[in-house]
Design a protein around this ligand. Structure first.
Ligand SMILES: [Zn+2]
Length: 68
């Protein structure tokens, strides 16, 4: 029911790479299933993603509350 898995397009072959945003924020590298390219965040990007993710989680919580 909860769709927590997300995809980022591979920068090399545009294949959707499934990733867990929380793991991404923690610095985990994800490997493209299409071409094997590694995708991860630079340290300076992690703070931005963390903020965006927090905002996203807050919006989702609001929507979940509303749809009851
Ligand atoms: Zn790829």
């Amino acid at each position: 029911m909860i769709q927590s898995e997300q995809n980022i397009p591979c920068p090399v072959c545009k294949t959707g790479i499934p990733f867990d945003p929380r793991q991404l924020v923690m610095g985990t590298q994800f490997v493209c299933p299409g071409c094997g390219a590694g995708v991860g965040l630079a340290m300076e990007s992690r703070e931005l993603v963390d903020k965006a993710l927090t905002a996203f989680e807050m919006e989702r919580a609001k929507l979940a509350g509303r749809s009851k």
